[in-house]
Design a protein around this ligand. Structure first.
Ligand SMILES: [Zn+2]
Length: 359
């Protein structure tokens, strides 16, 4: 049995030991599971992934960069290491001339996630997403999608994943193909929809109805991820919670979306420029906003609370601490009472600066 490194408190270790080595379903029954995603955005920001194609070539080209981000999310309290196979499918790799690296990239992504997960008792999730190849009006595309998922997840199972996350699904039809493939592999499935439309999938199912169907077809966890920030995603959650008996997952982007711009794709700067995908910085939620989201989602009955594109480890740690956890990175959580200008006993020599700090 592995325990998370560097956590010094007995209570935390005991709680962790109960959760370690159990399946995602067992962990969800024992309490909330904290997810952390957004690897593609964060590694793009760090200079390892090209914006535009957003293919995770970093897995083969700079594996240490992937390990490091996994480790940062693990230290911040993430319970699941998601293998970076987002867009690592045949259609996307062809776009960047790396179709020949498909198998190596998928296998390596799972190995990196497993390696870091084992440092802290996290689960490893295989990962597939919307393919951009699916057309509900063309049944042949369903076979193409099925083949892509089957080959990606075949390698993932071979390398050893605990469950599979199928995410950013625009179409219920495409998500159902993922459920079938995952079910055939004998793994638990977490399937989340990308809520880019006001209230329904691109093939016309209300989000709650789509989640109900996904659960009925065998998904153990259903819900929403990506595209919307907390304030515009949370209003969709209650209906999903009411529609299903299984666990519900919600992983918003940490951006301040609003009624006029409910998704990150629709956010615009003051001069009207589109902010998505690489000028979203000024819309980023603070760690406090993500902590508040965590509590609000728990009140709505969300079981798998997470964060998507735009996430930083500081968000994840704040979310873990909102759940009452002390995690390895909590060692360096803020102590503003020790800040030279914010402490109660500001030194006389520094007090002269206070007026300029308050101006
Ligand atoms: Zn995302």
């Amino acid at each position: 049995m592995q325990v998370r490194r560097g956590c010094g408190r007995g209570g935390f270790v005991s709680e962790l030991e109960e959760r370690v080595s159990s399946s995602i379903v067992d962990r969800l029954q024992a309490g909330p599971v904290l997810g952390a995603e957004g690897y593609v955005f964060e590694l793009e920001r760090r200079g390892y992934i090209k914006a535009g194609p957003f293919v995770p070539e970093v897995v083969l080209d700079y594996p240490d960069a992937v390990r490091e981000l996994h480790r940062e999310f693990l230290r911040a309290g993430a319970d699941v290491m998601v293998a970076l196979t987002y867009y690592a499918h045949r259609e996307k790799l062809r776009d960047v001339g790396r179709e020949g690296d498909l198998e190596a990239m998928n296998r390596q992504a799972v190995r990196l996630a497993r390696e870091v997960a084992d440092e802290g008792g996290a689960l490893v999730a295989g990962n597939v997403c919307n393919t951009w190849a699916y057309d509900p009006d063309d049944p042949a595309t369903g076979q193409t999608v099925r083949a892509m998922y089957a080959e990606q997840l075949g390698w993932a199972v071979d390398e050893g994943v605990d469950f599979v996350i199928s995410e950013t699904n625009d179409y219920l039809g495409e998500a159902l193909i993922a459920v079938e493939v995952i079910r055939d592999l004998g793994l638990p499935a977490m399937v989340t929809l990308a809520p880019t439309q006001p209230d329904q999938t691109r093939d016309g199912y209300g989000y709650a109805e789509a989640c109900r169907i996904l659960a009925a077809e065998g998904a153990q966890v259903v819900g929403l991820n990506c595209d919307r920030g907390p304030s515009t995603m949370l209003p969709l959650v209650a209906a999903i919670r009411d529609a299903v008996d299984c666990a519900v997952a919600v992983q918003p982007v940490p951006y301040r979306t609003n009624a006029a711009a409910p998704t990150m794709e629709t956010l615009r700067s003051a001069d009207g420029e589109r902010a998505f995908p690489i000028a979203l910085d000024s819309f980023t939620c603070t760690r406090f906003e993500m902590a508040q989201f965590t509590l609000q989602s728990r009140e709505l009955g969300v079981d798998y609370v997470g964060i998507c594109c735009g996430a930083g480890p500081h968000h994840v740690r704040a979310m873990a601490e909102a759940l009452g956890r002390e995690v390895p990175a909590s060692k360096y959580s803020p102590s503003m009472d020790l800040h030279p200008m914010f402490r109660a006993d500001v030194k006389a020599k520094d007090a002269a600066f206070l007026h300029s700090w308050s101006a």
